[in-house]
Design a protein around this ligand. Sequence first.
Ligand code: HEC
Length: 204
Amino acid sequence: MKITTTLAAIAMTGTAVAALAHSGATGIVKERMDAMKAMGDAVKSVAPMMRGEMDYDADAMRAAARTFQEHAGDAMTELFPEGSGGMPSEAKDAVWEDWDAFAELADRLAVYAEGLEGAAGNGMGQGGQMDTGAMMGGDAGSMMGGGSMMGDASGMMGGSAMMGEGGSGMMTAEHIAEMPTDAAFTMTTEVCSACHSRFRAEDG
Ligand code: HEC
């Protein structure tokens, strides 16, 4: 009886800890999770359009691009003060050990998202994406063309293979604004993936 109770208590503690990791964040950690979540929701709101399951709506893409801009660059890095890692945060220590690389990705997101806003009226590319693919190196060409990678936002976020370490230099917003919308969207969301694969702990 006593043992059962203890086991139940342990089981409950485990559940509580798991719940805490997702909802118990407070202060600045909660703020950055909320900001990230807003961006995740923005990706989800346009992903069906990128898959061709919904009619393309340039204004919706612009709105998503603005959401990314709002939470990128300094707005993002200032939510990661030194010492704010550890439970319940999923941020790795690497954020602070490798701050310059982290901040560079946050800035890159701001630039690419600005480009994406400009590219929102360009329409979907056909062969045009191959340019981007060649630039990204590796398998990027096939990746860019494939609707499958847009399949689900979380899978896309988790993928690290698609972004070779330091494989591509930073592009300008003007350059991205010239791209087909889907290529610009892919470029932008790859910044999310690149940062997550390096600086965010796997959460199963
Ligand atoms: C410069 C690095 C960086 C960039 C760029 C970045 N993220 Fe994140 N993201 C993180 C880190 C680190 C965490 C973990 C934060 C924590 O738990 O304290 C995170 C967490 C998240 C989460 C989980 C939030 C939660 O509720 O726990 C989502 C969703 C997310 N990011 C979406 C995105 C999307 C979408 C983009 C691109 C539009 C993006 N992120 C760009 C670093 C980044």
